[in-house]
Ligand binder design. Structure first.
Ligand SMILES: Cc1cc2nc3c(=O)[nH]c(=O)nc-3n(C[C@H](O)[C@H](O)[C@H](O)COP(=O)(O)OP(=O)(O)OC[C@H]3O[C@@H](n4cnc5c(N)ncnc54)[C@H](O)[C@@H]3O)c2cc1C
Length: 453
C-alpha cells in the first residue's frame, strides 16, 4: 500500500483516489477506466467491495414514476436509461434477475390523486408505455389478494442482486487497470498544493494515499470525511437503520409484484413508507422499520440507547430542529402507531393485504444504513454533491438509487473528466465495451450540477 514515505515528493501515486467501493464508487471507476487511461484506485474499509448498502438493499429495479420531471428529471432519466443497461448486462452475464413489475397502491380516493400524478411524471421518460393506471377491477385481476381503489402498474420493474451486478462492473474496471484496495479505511482528506492526501488505517497501520484528485463516495461516512477537510461544515447528519422481515413460504401466494403503499408523507419522508418486495430468488419481504443511529460506525445498530451517542455531535442546530419535529419522530418511532413493532407494521399492511398474518414474519434482518443530512432548513435533497478544486463529495446518494447508478455515474464521470486532467482519452472499439458511454451520458450536464451545494 502506498504511504507518504514512499513518495518522491513530485509525482502523485494516483490520478484519482475513489473512497468507497459501493455501487456508485465501483461504477465511477468502471466508466473512468473505460474512457481514460488514468491511474485510478478505489479504497474500501470492508474486506469485499459492495458490501454496504449496495448489498443490503431491497434489490428492486425501480421505475422512474416518483420523479417530478422539472425538478427531479435527472433521476427519472437516469433510472430509465440504466434499466436498459442492466438488461444488457443481464443478457451477457449470469445475474440473479426476476421480472416482477410493481404496483403503487392507492388505498383510498385521496391517494388515487398521487397515483395519477405519478402516472403523469412517468410519461416524461423513456419507458412511458410500460406504465399504466389500473382501476379496482383490473387490480383485482392482477393481484386478487389486494384491497385498493386502484394502482399504478410499472411493468418493467424487476428484482435483482445489486451486489452481484457491482462485482461484475468491478471486475471489468480491474481488467482496465483500476486498483481495488480493501480493508482500508479513509479517516481524513486534505487538499494541499498540487495533491490531495487521503489518510487511511489498514490493519491498525496508518498510511496516506497521494493523488491529483479524490472522490468521496463513502456512503454513510461521506459527510464526516467531507467535514475532515472543512467541506459542508454547516450540514449535520443522522443515520437511519432499518429492519426488514423475510416472510414465510406460505406468503409467496399472497402477492407477486413489488407493492408500495403511498401515504401523504411519501414525498417528504419516503424512507418511512412500508413496502412489500419479491426478491430475485422468489422470497417475499416486508419493511422497513426505521430507527435513528448515532454514527456510521455503529455496528450493532439495533440498540436504541447506545445508538443515541453521536446524535449530538456538531453542528447541533440542524439536528435539534429535526429532533424536535413531532411529525418526523412520530413516523420514525411509531408514536402515532406507525411502524413501531411487528404488530403495527402488520396492521398497516393488513389494510391493503388482509391475508397477511403476524406469524408470516419469519426472520428479521437489518438493511443498509442511510445518512440523512440536515441543514438549517431541514432535510436536504436526497442526493447532494459538494465540490472543491480537487475533490468531489457525494454527501448522500439515495436517488436514483442502485437502479439508476449506471447512467448517473456515467454523467458524473463525464463531469469529472471534463473538469479534471485525470488521463488521456482511451481509444476503444465499440464492441469492446458492454455499455456505451455517449448514450449513457446524453443528458444535460446542468441537471447534474443542479445537485451541487
Ligand atoms: C434500506 C435501503 C433499501 C434500498 N433499496 C433499494 C432498492 O431496492 N433499489 C434501488 O435501486 N435502490 C435501493 N436503495 C438505494 C441504494 O441501495 C443506494 O442508493 C446505493 O446502494 C448507494 O450506493 P453507494 O455506493 O453510494 O453507497 P454504499 O453502498 O453505502 O457504499 C459506500 C461504501 O463506502 C465504504 N466506506 C464507508 N466508509 C468508508 C471509509 N471511511 N473508508 C473507506 N471506505 C468506506 C463502505 O464499506 C461501502 O462499501 C436502498 C437503500 C436503502 C438504505
Amino acid at each position: 500500500m502506498p504511504s507518504s514515505d514512499d513518495n518522491d515528493g513530485n509525482v502523485a501515486d494516483f490520478d484519482l483516489v475513489i473512497v468507497g467501493g459501493g455501487i456508485l464508487g465501483i461504477s465511477l471507476s468502471f466508466w473512468i477506466s473505460q474512457v481514460t487511461e488514468s491511474r485510478v484506485c478505489l479504497i474500501d474499509e470492508n474486506s469485499t467491495i459492495a458490501s454496504g448498502t449496495s448489498d443490503l438493499n431491497s434489490g428492486m429495479v425501480e421505475g422512474p414514476f416518483f420523479y417530478e420531471p422539472s425538478t427531479m428529471g435527472i433521476f427519472g432519466t437516469t433510472v430509465s436509461r440504466s434499466r436498459k443497461l442492466w438488461r444488457i448486462m443481464r443478457e451477457r452475464f449470469s445475474v440473479p434477475w426476476r421480472e416482477v413489475g410493481s404496483l403503487e397502491l392507492a388505498v383510498d380516493e385521496e391517494s388515487m390523486g398521487i397515483v395519477e400524478k405519478h402516472y403523469g411524471y412517468s410519461q416524461a421518460y423513456d419507458d412511458a408505455s410500460s406504465i399504466k393506471i389500473l382501476d379496482k377491477n383490473e387490480l383485482k385481476e392482477l393481484e386478487p389478494g389486494l384491497n385498493a381503489v386502484g394502482a399504478l402498474f410499472s411493468k418493467m420493474d424487476a428484482a435483482t442482486e445489486f451486489r452481484r451486478l457491482s462485482e461484475i462492473i468491478g471486475d471489468l474496471a480491474v481488467r482496465r487497470g483500476v486498483k481495488f484496495i480493501t480493508n482500508t479505511r479513509a479517516t481524513a482528506l486534505k487538499e494541499d498544493g498540487d495533491f490531495v492526501y487521503v489518510s487511511t488505517i489498514s490493519n491498525g497501520k496508518r498510511g496516506t494515499f497521494r493523488a491529483k484528485y479524490a472522490l468521496n463516495v463513502a456512503g454513510p461516512a461521506a459527510l464526516p470525511l467531507a467535514h475532515s477537510m472543512r467541506v459542508a461544515k454547516g450540514l449535520a447528519d443522522f443515520y437511519v437503520g432499518s429492519y426488514y422481515w423475510e416472510l414465510d413460504d406460505r406468503s409467496n401466494s399472497l402477492f407477486s409484484h413489488h407493492i408500495y403503499a403511498i401515504s401523504k408523507y411519501s414525498s417528504k419522508y419516503p424512507f418511512l413508507d412500508p413496502y412489500l418486495t419479491v426478491r430475485a430468488n422468489g422470497r417475499r419481504e416486508m419493511g422497513p422499520k426505521p430507527f435513528l443511529v448515532g454514527s456510521p460506525d455503529y455496528i450493532n445498530y439495533g440498540g436504541q440507547l447506545g445508538s443515541l451517542q453521536g446524535l449530538f455531535s456538531r453542528p447541533i442546530l440542524p439536528k435539534l430542529k429535526l429532533l424536535t419535529n413531532g411529525e418526523f419522530l412520530g413516523l420514525l418511532y411509531g408514536i402515532k402507531g406507525n411502524l413501531f413493532s411487528e404488530g403495527t407494521i402488520v396492521s398497516k399492511v393488513k389494510r391493503f393485504l388482509p391475508a397477511i398474518r403476524k406469524e408470516a414474519l419469519k426472520r428479521k434482518y437489518r438493511a443498509g444504513k442511510r445518512s440523512l443530512i440536515v441543514g438549517n432548513g431541514g432535510l436536504i435533497h436526497p442526493t447532494s454533491i459538494a465540490h472543491t478544486p480537487k475533490t468531489i463529495h457525494v454527501l448522500q446518494y439515495y436517488e436514483p438509487g442502485a437502479t439508476g447508478t449506471p447512467s448517473f455515474s456515467a454523467l458524473l464521470a463525464k463531469y469529472i473528466i471534463d473538469q479534471w486532467d485525470i488521463g488521456k482519452a482511451r481509444i476503444t472499439q465499440p464492441d469492446e465495451n458492454i455499455w456505451n458511454f455517449d448514450q449513457a451520458t446524453d443528458i444535460a450536464m446542468a441537471d447534474l450540477t443542479g445537485l451541487f451545494i
